[in-house]
Design a protein around this ligand. Sequence first.
Ligand code: HEM
Length: 296
Amino acid sequence: MSSNSFFVIASIRILSGLFSTLKGVAINAGVIIWDTLLALYNMVAPKRPANGVTPEGYPGANGLWPAYTPAQKDDSRCSCPALNAMANHGILPHSGRAIKFKDLSTAIRTTYNFAPTFCYFVPNYIAGVLDRDYLTDSFDLSDIDVHNGIEHDASLTRHDSIFAKDQGTPAVKLIEELLASGTGPNGNLTTADLSRFSGKRRVEAKAVNHQYSLSFLHKMFSSSNSSTMLTIFGGDIKDLRPFLLEERIPDGWQSRITKPMGLTIAEFNSTVLRVELGIKEELPSSFIGDASGKKS
Ligand code: HEM
């Protein structure tokens, strides 16, 4: 290689690396400002009615969800129950294929009432993990199962990917154990329950998975995923049972988030932090016995 072409290639790589870092910083700063404004607006604006969270004209308005059809043989499904449920109801293409990242943003906004910031940030993040363009590209649901992208070890509803190559199928035994671990009213899940169950999963997974990994970032993803059960679902096991086991949205269900601009990242993170900081994985003896509140 001539010294000229080496210089050109090196310059292109350094400049494109610099540009992509600056772009990332600018996007994150923009999302934080936007999210703060939405959180402030949520504090003063009237709430949506509990039975009218999904806007008129969208699937699920007035609790009327499109028909549920479980995944068929060639359909693509993934490790996320929320995205699978949308595909099972045809809110995303039932095949789970060729979904535009932009369309995913709109669908999770109207279905679950996350704020526009979250609905942009997470699909844009996974587009980046997959080296695709948020504005123009598409994905199949199973694409998001890339290990240690968002998908990680010690999940609550899936066995680790080293044991379960197909992350699109719920791990029934784990989910039943999770649903039985609630100590709130009617056996509903509380923040402490999610912390305790997550800790148990981390200790167990580390003991049996010789490729176990869970970085700080993936611990935060783990607690974010589980915190959706407390926020969007209010910890209600009556709704979480069909959602997690059948990946079905119950008839009449509406997101528990009635804030007009939806659940912002800032508001969501306060639950995420409480779950994550309550996990005592460094004290494995806390989890001897089962994951129920009674024995820890
Ligand atoms: C915005 C697009 C979203 C993407 C790309 C995404 C991606 C993922 C991925 C990759 C996982 C697997 C994580 C693991 O290994 O445990 C996951 C799990 C999960 N997600 Fe999502 N998700 C999205 C939106 C949502 C929404 C809107 C909700 C709730 C309404 C949700 C609820 C969950 C739950 C409950 C889990 C299971 C957690 C566990 O098994 O520990 N997700 N998601």
